[in-house]
Design a protein around this ligand. Structure first.
Ligand SMILES: C[S@@+](CC[C@H](N)C(=O)[O-])C[C@H]1O[C@@H](n2cnc3c(N)ncnc32)[C@H](O)[C@@H]1O
Length: 255
């Protein structure tokens, strides 16, 4: 068995939003996150990030963007856990589909996070001209996150995406499948937690397209000294990558 990285199209991405198999597979994903401990992994990483924030009610909210956000349920768990710890957050969920349910939006509001959906392809977002007056080094987002998303793309696409992320954010955090024998073996067993055929198929592809070692660090744009990068195994099946701008501007500094 080779552990060379292979990126193949996942079935879920080609199913219509209303397709019952897709709806079921998205619910499977929530269960798999529970098994993988993704929320805990994200919280640990976010709490370590030296996000500069002010608790003053007059300060602007933290601006957070999730790429490939799906139904937003994973970050909702994060929002609830950080309630009282973080100030108000303005979260944008970017996905090729609009999957946010109004009940989820209301739960975000109760956690003090205002949520906005941006529907579109991430590479269209990457190509978008920055808003007028925007300067690359000011960081348009305080934080960009992505979960089970980067593995959809080939290295050259990730380089392009990282170029954009590095020019628009002060912090970046990604949690992806770990490309390792244990994770691959487990991906063949997701049926045991009731996953449907779509999820069973995509789980194996996701691990084969996942990451290991310092693969994501090697794709980050080489601004020597401008970023602190970390890439590490977390939990049994996940692989995390974080990038912290070395001289982060305070949250609230806007173009
Ligand atoms: C495996 S799901 C992960 C969803 C969510 N981040 C989570 O962890 O529960 C991947 C998501 O990426 C979205 N996606 C895939 N390719 C995309 C693209 N090129 N642009 C925007 N979204 C995309 C899919 O619609 C899907 O919701």
């Amino acid at each position: 068995m080779t552990l060379a990285r292979t990126v193949l199209p996942e079935l879920l991405d080609d199913l219509g939003m209303q397709d019952p198999r897709a709806q079921r597979s998205r619910r499977d994903l929530q269960r798999l996150h529970w098994v993988m401990g993704t929320q805990r992994i994200l919280l640990d990483a976010l709490r370590k990030m030296p996000l500069q924030r002010s608790d003053s009610p007059s300060s602007p909210p933290l601006r957070v963007l999730e790429l490939g956000a799906g139904d937003g349920s994973l970050m909702l768990g994060v929002a609830r856990a950080l309630q009282g710890e973080w100030p108000a957050v303005s979260l944008t969920l970017l996905d090729q589909h609009n999957l946010l349910e109004s009940s989820t939006e209301r739960r975000y509001a109760r956690a003090g996070w205002r949520v906005t959906v941006q529907v579109g392809d991430v590479f269209d977002w990457a190509k978008q001209a920055p808003v007028a007056g925007w300067k690359p080094d000011t960081g348009r987002w305080d934080l960009i996150v992505s979960n089970l998303f980067l593995h959809h793309f080939e290295d050259q696409e990730l380089r392009l995406l990282f170029d954009t992320v590095a020019s628009r954010a002060n912090y970046f955090l990604a949690c992806e499948p770990r490309r390792a024998r244990l994770a691959l073996a487990a991906s063949h067993l997701v049926g045991a937690v009731g996953a449907n055929a779509i999820t069973r198929h995509d789980a194996v592809l996701s691990v084969r397209a996942g990451f290991r070692h310092k693969e994501l660090c090697s794709l980050w744009p080489g601004f020597e000294g401008d970023w602190t990068l970390e890439e590490y195994q977390c939990g049994l099946f996940s692989h995390c990558f974080s990038a912290v701008r070395t001289v982060a501007l305070p949250a609230g500094v806007r173009p």
